[in-house]
Design a binder for this molecule. Sequence first.
Ligand SMILES: [Zn+2]
Length: 217
Amino acid sequence: MYNKETAELLENTIDPTYIPPSSEPHLIQQNELNDLARDLGLSKQQSELLGSRLQERNLLAQGTTITFFRKRNANFSVFFKIEGPICLLCFNEGDLDNLGAVLRAIKYEDFKWQICGDLKMIAILMGLQGGFTKYCCFLCLWDSRDQKQHFVKQSWPLRKSYTPGEQNVFNDPLVDPKNELLLPLHIKLGLIKNFVKGMDREGSGFKYLSELFPKLK
Ligand SMILES: [Zn+2]
């Protein structure tokens, strides 16, 4: 379909050295192969496959390589690791200041991926102050200092705003809290433990768990 996007794409890819098509076959140059892979949104593996199929049919110009794509992400490879369908962002403590810059570089605002990280990472992304703060949760105003209420009070007010200087917010958040996913390990080890501790001991839910795990008191 010929729409606005296609029109823009064509406009942006007009080559000033363009020569009107002749009936002669044309061998594909490196930049043409790169543009094609980019415009089709091909992954590294797919780009290599396309390249090797064209190469088998002698359709690539001399000097056009198909391993080019392998190095495409080399500059960024220190920042991420791909495991199956999951892309892991890798950071050291010292890199944290650059996190905002990296998110801008990968156009996080355009794609708004869901981000999975431990609570410390989420706190940094949400602009929360580090350390043992009063309000350390990015979702609610659970008060870490109000120990009398822990495991007694079941609902805490939701965090409604993320204004720097208030409620242990230090910086403007980099990520929408709705796009934060908690790691299953943290959910299993931490949240569920606290959730069970906060359950009504006489309720049917707690009784069900007691039957399911008879050895746990
Ligand atoms: Zn919370």
